[in-house]
Design a protein around this ligand. Structure first.
Ligand code: KIV
Length: 274
């Protein structure tokens, strides 16, 4: 069966599937994607959801953090992925400064990501402080995914990319933040770089699924950045990543082989001529 035929047999994932998967004890698979080919690969591979993460600032656009990513950039990339995501549920990140000014601003951004980008849900970072924004977006009919623990948009406040929940005070803060996100109406929550025991406690205490990234095995699902898991950039991945491919090397070798063939006169061959 071809990849395309296989995808026709995949059931379209919708928001109500996520709590259902948790209830049934089935692990949830989420992967990031940033354009049509990466979206297609994720969709055809059967991911439950695709996240157009603002990590695209670093892994697709070469910025040093997620902070320079704008709503326009997110819409542009989400729209490309939406043309590929036929089965997976499509979630778009709300970028830095696009939802913390007021719940009205948050709703406006979420509305644009859905209407212009084709997203089916949005994700935003924070706990109690973003609960009114989550409630407003959900009330308008747009599903929201929360994100607590390490929040890359607050890297300057965290003072770097560090594991969260290593002392009693932050454990309490994380539990409160995750509960606030659930109470505000989010359908799931990402736990990023959270101590595995704390992530297990949060997972047991919530009825919505937790999606871990560097948060251990007890979360209801896992998300990884596609470029990390597929090796799309040179260099070693962080500890919490398992590498399943060497895409950068494959691209590098392909271009090297092309260059060699052009320079030696081996390309184009007769079979490549009209
Ligand atoms: O931006 C992103 O890719 C994310 C994931 C790391 C969860 O938020």
């Amino acid at each position: 069966m071809s990849l395309e035929q296989q995808s026709k047999h995949q059931r379209k994932r919708r928001v109500h599937h996520f709590p259902m998967l948790k209830q049934r004890g089935k692990k949830i698979v989420i992967v990031t994607a940033y354009d049509y080919p990466t979206g297609l690969a994720a969709d055809l591979a059967g991911a439950d959801a695709i996240l157009v993460g603002d990590s695209l600032g670093m892994v697709a656009l070469g910025f040093g953090s997620t902070i320079p990513v704008t709503v326009e950039i997110m819409i542009h990339h989400t729209a490309a992925v939406s043309r590929a995501a036929k089965s997976a549920f499509l979630i778009a990140d709300m970028p830095f400064m696009s939802y913390k000014i007021s719940p009205e601003q948050a709703l406006q951004t979420a509305g644009r990501l859905v209407q212009e980008g084709g997203a089916e849900a949005v994700k935003l970072e924070g706990g109690e402080e973003v609960a009114p924004a989550i409630a407003k977006i959900v009330a308008a009919g747009i599903p929201v995914m929360g994100h607590v623990g390490l929040m890359p948009q607050s890297v300057h406040r965290h003072g770097g990319y560090r594991v969260q929940g290593r002392d009693e005070e932050t454990v309490g803060e994380l539990l409160t933040a995750a509960k606030a996100v659930e109470d505000a109406g989010a359908f799931s929550v990402v736990l990023e770089a959270v101590d595995p025991e704390v992530a297990a406690r949060i997972t047991a205490s919530l009825s919505i699924p937790t999606i871990g990234i560097g948060a251990g095995r007890q979360c209801d699902g896992q998300v990884l950045v596609l470029s990390d898991l597929a090796g799309m950039l040179p260099g070693d991945p962080p500890k919490f990543v398992r590498r399943y491919g060497t895409v950068f090397e494959a691209l590098h070798h392909a271009v090297q082989a092309f260059a060699q063939d052009v320079r030696s006169g081996a390309f184009p061959g007769e079979e490549n001529e009209y």
